[in-house]
Design a protein around this ligand. Structure first.
Ligand code: ADP
Length: 689
């Protein structure tokens, strides 16, 4: 137990290793790092992992804690899942809306469809403009990728996505580039999306040339590849040394070259929103989680943005100055968004040790009840894993999530299941193979057998047992080992949780009791005035309809050290009060939630990104946290959609309307674009341009 008094506590991965920028940001803010020898198991506020969390981590999360991943938030972060989901949306909502992902096929499953399309396009397209890129789904950072023209060149020995290659990328002095955007989702229900103003522009290091498709340094923009280029350090025309810019540098370049980029940014925002609304329904309604996605966008010569992939755990390592300029503020602003307060800090210390119960995890507990593995052993550190434990998961398989991100990697992780990304299935090593500069293809052509009815059956069976088969058809949440040993693990974990409970109950009973008494008292006191405010908000609803776009939310960006009490929001959040008081009331459900969460502090619904809006006169979420800007919801119609059924038709209609207005010459609408990405008229990036 930490007796130090008043500090937030952060946890990094399982063993405290990696994520140096994240660690340094927490330390800059005066947080202290979780240490299993001095802290209780639940004595932390934020746990940041490169890989996914276990089911038990969600089950045991306390009201003062935050996890940096949602359960089942990965249907868009696998290359195959993204392709499948966007194809589905295209089928439902039309190809004029979902037209931002290059034509994609998951092989081997869609091999025949690919061949049909390949043949069709070959007949009607100039061969110069028709190329394909094959990307293994189990890999990241450009590993195993190759570009090809002829079908005979397509060789794979693992599942992959074959995608139409964008042959006309926008070039700067002949160099190809793409964008890594940082997108934060502090809540999926209601869906709120923030995009960071700053991001990384990643360049190839050799000039683009369609006649040398196997030159990775000209066609791939991964920095993990380009840092091996002989040209990496050379001062390249206009681009300079290295392979990264900040987005500010790019916007300044656009300004210098009279490129009107307003519509480009709007389209990029649209891509982010349209992609995340495909994800949202599959994420359970859990609180206390947040997600930072890395969206990779390629801009073509016509200024059309294309979504290449969505990274589940975007790299937060730093190789160069641009990384420091971008990534540290991203993490700072994200922590601000969590809006942790003194109560959270104290509860971390008081350690009531009452895990968020099944009640509080209303939707999530569905998974648990359905039989998915519940309460797996909490493995806190490498040290702990080696201690004899009643929970035996041997041989310790990489059940969950990603391997840790390589420190020097800038790509992050796209993927969220298994450890297979570490394997080099195509026999191509990471990094070293690029010293040869050309792409390699496997010697042998081995097509995977199509999925057999038996394997489908197995999947279905697992699913019916309650494992969390994702939209993508692959368990993206529970590993295979969980399923196989579900029963014994459940028994063992029950023993473990009973032990934990009895250990904690002694010291916590009195604290819990007094907290409950205190909260019930103050709840009674505040109830009357809250009802008054509620009615006031309902009455004001129509009158305030324009306010959403006019007023700025609280910018809670704080300086590096922890916030002194006087800088905390004036109306300190009452731990008993749920967000239902601060947002537009939704008939029915909100009232119920209000009464439940008001009585039990640890059951309160977390919407930490929603500041006390009654105080600032907003009905929606805060518009801004540092340089994270709200892009969804962006008006009243989308706000309503976000708070109810997330009707995609409404959202698409509003997106189209907004884009049309923006495209209209002379329009003066206040759009998200103008708030986020005003033209840069001078170099503000701190880097040479
Ligand atoms: P990875 O996860 O391995 O980085 P990506 O999908 O991000 O895989 O692709 C790696 C790089 O390949 C991208 O950064 C981009 O430069 C290039 N690339 C990927 N897909 C395409 C495409 N369809 N058209 C053009 N370039 C592409």
């Amino acid at each position: 137990m930490n007796l130090n008094g008043k500090s937030f506590i952060f946890r990094i991965n399982d063993n405290g290793e990696g994520l140096h920028i994240v660690r340094s940001v927490f330390l800059e803010r005066g947080w202290i790092e979780y240490d299993e020898d001095t802290h209780d198991e639940s004595e932390w506020n934020v746990w940041w992992r490169s890989s996914r969390f276990r089911t038990s981590d969600y089950d045991n999360v306390m009201s003062w804690q935050r996890l940096n991943h949602y359960p089942k938030s990965t249907t868009i972060t696998r290359k195959d899942g993204l392709a499948r989901n966007l194809k589905r949306m295209k089928g439902v909502y039309g190809s004029s809306v979902y037209n931002f992902c290059p034509l994609s096929f998951n092989v081997p499953n869609d091999y025949t469809k690919f061949v049909a399309e390949y043949t069709k396009l070959k007949q009607k397209t100039d061969s110069k403009n028709l190329s394909w890129i094959c990307k293994p789904i189990d890999m990241s950072r450009g590993r195993g990728i190759f570009i090809f023209k002829d079908l005979s060149e397509l060789q794979y020995n693992c599942s992959a996505v074959v995608q139409r290659y964008i042959t006309n990328p926008m070039l700067i002095s002949g160099y190809k580039f793409d964008l890594r955007l940082y997108v934060a989702v502090p809540s999926f229900h209601p869906l709120n999306i923030y995009i960071h103003q700053e991001s990384i522009v990643r360049f190839s290091t050799e000039k683009y040339d369609l006649n040398s498709l196997n030159n990775v340094f000209a066609h791939l923009t991964n920095s993990s590849i380009n840092k091996y280029s002989p040209n990496y350090s050379a001062g390249k025309e206009r681009v300079g040394p290295g392979c990264k810019w900040t987005l500010t540098q790019l916007r300044y370049y656009f300004h210098q070259n009279n490129i009107d980029d307003r519509l480009l940014w709007q389209r990029i925002i649209n891509i982010v929103t349209l992609t995340l609304i495909t994800q949202s329904p599959s994420v359970p309604k859990v609180d206390n989680c947040f997600e930072l996605y890395g969206f990779d966008i390629l801009v073509d010569a016509n200024q059309k943005p294309w979504l290449l992939e969505v990274n589940f755990s975007p790299s937060l390592s730093a190789d160069c100055q641009a990384d420091y300029l971008v990534k540290k503020p991203v993490v700072h602003d994200l922590i601000d968004m969590l809006n942790l307060n003194e109560v959270d800090k104290d509860q971390g210390k008081v350690a009531t040790k009452t895990p968020r119960s099944i009640d509080s995890h209303r939707t999530y507990s569905r998974l648990s009840r359905a039989g998915s593995v519940k309460q797996l052993p909490a493995v806190n550190s490498a040290k702990k894993r080696t201690t004899p434990s009643p929970i035996i998961l041997s041989p310790a398989p990489p059940i969950f999530g990603l391997p840790l991100v390589h420190q020097s990697d800038d790509e992050g992780c796209v993927f969220a299941s298994g450890d297979s990304r570490n394997d080099n299935k195509l026999g191509i090593g990471h990094g070293d193979q690029y010293k040869n500069k050309t792409m390699e293809v496997p010697d042998k052509v081995v097509s995977l057998p199509p999925r057999t009815p038996k394997s489908r059956h197995t999947l279905r069976k697992v699913n019916s047992k309650g494992s969390t088969i994702s939209d993508s058809g692959i368990s993206s949440f529970s590993g295979h080992s969980e399923n196989s040993s579900a029963t014994s693990i459940r028994q063992l974990s029950e023993t473990r949780s009973a032990k934990l409970k009895s250990r904690n109950s002694e010291k916590s009973t009195s604290v819990v009791k007094s907290l409950c008494d205190l909260n019930l008292d103050s709840y009674q006191q505040s109830k009357t005035s809250d009802v008054g405010n509620w009615r006031f908000m309902v009455r004001k609803q129509t009158a305030m309809s324009e306010k959403f776009d006019e007023e700025d939310g609280l910018n809670s960006r704080s300086p590096a050290p922890p916030l002194p009490p006087q800088h905390l929001p004036k109306t300190k959040r009452n731990p008993r009060l749920s967000i239902s008081e601060t947002v537009q009331p939704i008939p029915g459900s909100q009232k119920k939630r209000h009464s439940i969460s008001s009585i039990k502090p640890w059951l309160r619904t977390r919407r930490s990104h929603l500041v006390n809006q009654r105080q600032v006169g907003l009905r929606g979420p805060s518009k801004k946290f540092g340089d994270f800007y709200l892009v969804f919801p962006f008006n009243d119609a989308t706000l309503r959609a976000s708070q109810t059924s997330l009707d995609a038709r409404v959202i698409i209609r509003e997106i189209q309307r907004q884009t049309k207005e923006l495209a209209n010459p002379g329009n003066t609408t206040d759009s998200s674009v103008d708030r986020i990405w005003q033209p840069v008229r001078s170099s503000e990036s701190g880097l040479p341009v």
